[in-house]
Design a protein around this ligand. Structure first.
Ligand SMILES: [Zn+2]
Length: 90
């Protein structure tokens, strides 16, 4: 029942970047009950979350589907969510 040696920082090797936006502000938000099996990581820029045991296409920037990748410019230019139109009477 020793506690894991790693602390609160992102502990997956230091080179972890967000698969979706390549952001480097990645933090571990949850860890497996058995230490060292998996972590849930979150990108501080685009808020994408993933578990380290998911397939490469969900966890690695170089394998993430190209059509879903974001850049900093994409995020800055992202359109607002369209408003819900007013209710039609009747
Ligand atoms: Zn991101």
């Amino acid at each position: 029942m020793e506690s894991a040696s790693s602390g609160r920082e992102a502990t997956t090797g230091g080179a972890t970047v967000c698969p979706r936006c390549a952001g480097e502000d990645v933090t571990a938000v949850a860890s497996s009950p058995v230490p060292g099996v998996w972590q849930v990581l979150q990108c501080g820029r685009c808020l994408y979350m993933w578990r380290t045991t998911e397939p490469a296409r969900r966890t690695r920037r170089d394998a993430y589907p190209r059509q879903f990748r974001l850049t900093a410019a994409d995020i800055a230019d992202a359109a607002e969510v369209p408003p819900v139109p007013p209710r039609v009477a009747g």
